[in-house]
Design a protein around this ligand. Structure first.
Ligand code: C5P
Length: 269
């Protein structure tokens, strides 16, 4: 059994306040994109997780191991083909965990509350159970699926720099006012008309720590992107283009850096 585990970007990401449980309240527009890892599942005598990227720990800290443990599954071998860089703000580990929860619960006929288990694994994991375009509040787990956005050619710049989400939250200096569901629905319905509202509160503190990321965002705009922002708490920069041809031309201008074309993925893909 093989399953794709898609990455996400945030069209916008507002941090609206600090909570009493140590987390922060967010308001975000999530989007699954075509960049994906591939997970392969096979019945086995014990739980074993392997990954083609040696830098990814496959011990008890791995979110796929934790997802299997949370479901009480201990007789499966899972291999991860890793294409989503860790520490890139693309939710790779969270996506892998959600994919494991979906596949393993079906494979072993487990009737469990997946959203609840997902949130216990990480704030972004519940979104990946849903995918597509979604509005989220709370820790990112209070989700409203939205109509999918029209096809948008994207260019991802995946720098070597890694950002620890916890540290990005710690570096935040101010919070934003939320837009609310209806306004956010209108924003998602016509992204280019609402660029002023597609902000990411992590850009200021993260760009201060890693000024090269700000330069890369400016280079994306200089290369013809109609919109460019950091995804999540970084370090990935995302450019959105009006035409596939202009995106493909821009791709040529980022040699010496991992740059990948991508598209949006609809819910249920
Ligand atoms: O939930 P997750 O494990 O992805 O979060 C990693 C860290 O990011 C948390 O320990 C917390 O410091 C911070 N975080 C937060 N508010 C959120 C999500 C994450 O403060 N909504």
């Amino acid at each position: 059994m093989r399953a794709r585990s898609y990455a996400k970007i945030n069209w916008s990401l507002r941090v609206t306040g600090r909570r009493s449980d140590g987390f922060h309240d967010l308001e975000t527009l999530f989007q699954t994109i075509s960049l994906h890892d591939t997970l392969t599942f096979a019945r086995a005598e014990r739980l074993e997780v392997t990954c083609d990227d040696a830098s990814i720990p496959v011990d008890e800290t791995n979110l796929v191991v934790r997802a299997a443990r949370a479901l009480g599954v201990d007789a499966v071998k899972i291999h991860i083909e890793k294409r989503i860089p860790p520490g890139g703000g693309l939710g790779g580990g969270s996506s892998n965990a959600a994919t494991a929860l979906k596949v393993l619960s079906a494979m072993f006929g487990i009737d469990a509350s997946l959203p609840e288990i997902a949130l216990s694994l990480g704030s972004d994991v519940p979104f990946f159970l849903v995918g597509g375009t979604a509005f989220a509040t709370g820790r990112g787990d209070v989700l409203t699926p939205l109509a999918g956005v029209p096809p948008v050619p994207l260019l991802l710049l995946l720098p070597e720099e890694k950002v620890l989400t916890r540290e990005a939250f710690r570096a935040l200096r101010s919070f934003s006012a939320p837009l609310g569901l209806e306004r956010s629905r209108a924003v998602a319905g016509d992204l280019y008309a609402h660029q002023g509202e597609l902000v990411n509160d992590f850009e200021a503190p993260v760009f201060e720590m890693l000024p090269r990321l700000r330069e890369l965002r400016e280079r994306l705009l200089g290369a013809g992107a109609s919109w460019a922002r950091m995804s999540g708490s970084g370090s990935t920069l995302v450019g959105a283009f009006r035409e596939t041809a202009s995106r493909d031309a821009a791709l040529q201008r980022f040699s010496g850096l991992r740059a990948e074309p991508a598209g949006c993925v609809a819910r249920g893909a």
